[in-house]
Design a protein around this ligand. Structure first.
Ligand code: HEC
Length: 278
């Protein structure tokens, strides 16, 4: 009992102590809460890792509180606290094929900012280590058999799980790294194919193809990593390497590559003219 009293006494002391401090500081002198962070984005790195980054908009934060929930039905809790001026966090040790949802706020002695935007990312469903694809001319097909992502077409020849992962990355507003077996084509004459992890780190394991199509037959004109050139003798990698890292060398409209000298209508005409299509 004596012990119980002692704890009570100590707690009571703490309570009074913090009241005194609280009153002493006075409401106004605590300042205001920091500006909230923005542009929280998540990049799917593997079956077990998601990389987060955000924009720090505050000058008076003590740090950030990253909140996470697992699946739409989960509930948010503070998952990590990062230091002042930090702008990224690696969330590792995750479960494969699981949806993680994040939001972040900045905090200081006055309290927490409002939350950033919310982002959702789903880890890869399965391990992609050692998976490879060595495309032969006859493996290329009518673009319209592939999935239209717009303006390009995508498929994955290493199974339904890889295709599902590739589609989720292609449709994910923050990009990500495509799994092996992914084939992306904007026009019948060019293709990017994702090889085994480690095949060529410089090109993120993409193999570039320059193709020719006559009737229903595809021919490989040239293939390789950094040195492949297209039908106009321009180097694929020189252009595609300008895409920001999170886009995995996919140029799209606004990922940092120099624009193509072709309008959307011209690209569509090339796609519609694919003579391999039924
Ligand atoms: C002059 C620069 C340039 C060269 C050379 C080039 N590309 Fe591209 N490529 C682009 C741009 C820019 C886009 C995006 C076009 C758009 O979405 O409007 C693109 C789009 C693509 C796409 C669709 C996915 C994406 O990145 O948006 C594929 C696949 C592709 N190119 C493959 C190739 C291959 C293979 C080669 C070489 C054989 C090649 N490209 C050469 C600039 C280039």
């Amino acid at each position: 009992m004596a012990r119980g009293k002692e704890i009570f006494g100590f707690t009571g002391f703490l309570l009074i102590f913090s009241l005194v401090i609280g009153v002493g500081c006075g409401g106004g002198s605590k300042g205001s809460v920091p500006a909230s962070p923005a542009n929280l984005s998540a990049r799917i790195a593997s079956t077990t890792e998601i990389d987060l980054s955000w924009q720090d908009n505050a000058i008076d934060e003590q740090g950030f509180k990253l909140e996470r929930k697992i699946g739409d039905a989960g509930s948010y809790g503070v998952h990590a606290t990062t230091s002042a001026n930090s702008v990224d966090f690696t969330d590792s040790g995750l479960t494969p094929a699981t949806k993680y949802i994040y939001r972040i706020s900045a905090y200081n002695q006055a309290g927490d900012s409002t939350y950033s935007n919310e982002v959702t990312a789903q880890t890869f469903s399965h391990d992609i280590v050692n998976q490879d694809i060595d495309m032969q001319a006859s493996d290329f097909e009518c673009l319209k058999n592939m999935n239209y992502i717009g303006p390009y077409y995508l498929t994955n020849k290493l199974g339904a799980d890889n295709l599902a992962d590739a589609l989720s990355i292609a449709n994910y507003p923050q990009g990500g790294t495509f799994p092996p077996g992914t084939i992306i084509q904007l026009i019948p004459l060019e293709a990017m194919v994702k090889r085994v992890k480690g095949w060529n780190p410089a090109t993120n394991d993409w193999e570039f193809f320059a193709l020719a199509v006559t009737g229903t037959t595809t021919t490989i004109k040239s293939r390789g990593a950094e040195h492949t050139k297209n039908f106009a003798n321009l180097n694929c990698f020189d252009c595609h390497k300008k895409a920001a890292t999170k886009w995995d060398l996919v140029c799209g409209d606004n990922h940092g590559c120099d624009p193509l000298p072709a309008t959307d209508a011209m690209i569509k005409a090339f796609q519609d003219a694919d003579s391999r299509c039924p």
